[in-house]
Design a protein around this ligand. Sequence first.
Ligand code: PLP
Length: 390
Amino acid sequence: MSIHYAPNAAPFSVDSASRLDAYVAGQNFDKPTLVMDLDRVSDQYRALQAGLGRADIHYAVKANPARQIIARLVDLGSHFDAASRGEIALCLEEGAAPSEISFGNTIKRASDIAWAWERGITLFSADAEEELEKIAENAPGASVYIRLIVEVSQADWPLSRKFGCDRDMALHLLDVAKALGLNPVGFSFHVGSQTRRAEMWAPTLDALSLIWRAALDAGHDLSLLNIGGGFPAFYGEEIDAPTAYAAQVIALVEARFPNVARIMAEPGRGLVAEAGVIVAEVMLVSRKSDRDMHRWVYLDIGRFSGLAETEGEAIRYQFETVRDAETMGPCILAGPSCDSADVLYEKRPVSLPLSLKSGDRVLIRNTGAYTSTYSSVCFNGFPPLDVVVI
Ligand SMILES: *Cc1c(COP(=O)(O)O)cnc(C)c1O
């Protein structure tokens, strides 16, 4: 069964929305605050795991590293994809076993590799010869997987060409890893973040299965397929419910990789985004001239204080105010900092009530992923995004 979230319909269970809403309704906030519902994270974890079947979830910590979230996920049996020493330390402190943590960044500091290895982390990623040399030197004998580049992504937030390597390089790196005394176990990729429909995974999986076959033909004994993240959250455009989406992705994987021993999935956004709401405030509503067609609405949160994914207007957040029953009109939405890049939505204006004015509260729905981690420390003296976990 596939449940489609209709645009404008609440994309969260009534219970969860009302739990967050009940909490924020009873609070005053003097700075932009992300409120996370831990039970909603649990529900989403169970829903994704139900669809993923035998695949292990390695939560991509960067999506939201709040301690309580990591601790809850440890309790639920989640594994973790960590990108740095800091993220590994966090997972260990919250009780994750070293064997449940992968060091998945393809760009690692040599001393951090050594540090992780000493603490029992044994699974590392790489997409370059130099990285394999660093791993061999600092974590001799470790297991490694090679990250493949995804050439064509249909994601709303593609991870472009920064990560991964092409087919020939990947096959070569398996040989290099072996020669360096490492244990090359498989491949990873990332379809791109916010890949809204499961069928969008098919072209990438098709391409990957050919490379997998070539590696087997070359005599490599592969046991691990890491399918990365990409699981979507609701931002106004239709997506499949998490279990249906995950089940469809795994069906596409199993059809192409029938005998792979171990499948890892690394959801970040899809696990935590819908469990969070940001409480923000209108700082100013203005027009640039009497003839200006659009109002400008300035919020107390912007591109540099948590809403970085509005870059290119790629991720479109859902805004809610207490005046939404009144007449609505388009506006350009911007942040509070003195930087002209701090405009959230201009090409496709946002519809907000005409009566909106400074001091009004604005809720920004489904903002539990990639907000607190993208918040600058104190640009222009505006405080970083505060996080409250309930
Ligand atoms: C960021 C990241 C993820 C999570 O991606 P989402 O699209 O948020 O699910 C997974 N794997 C790796 C290696 C990442 O860097």
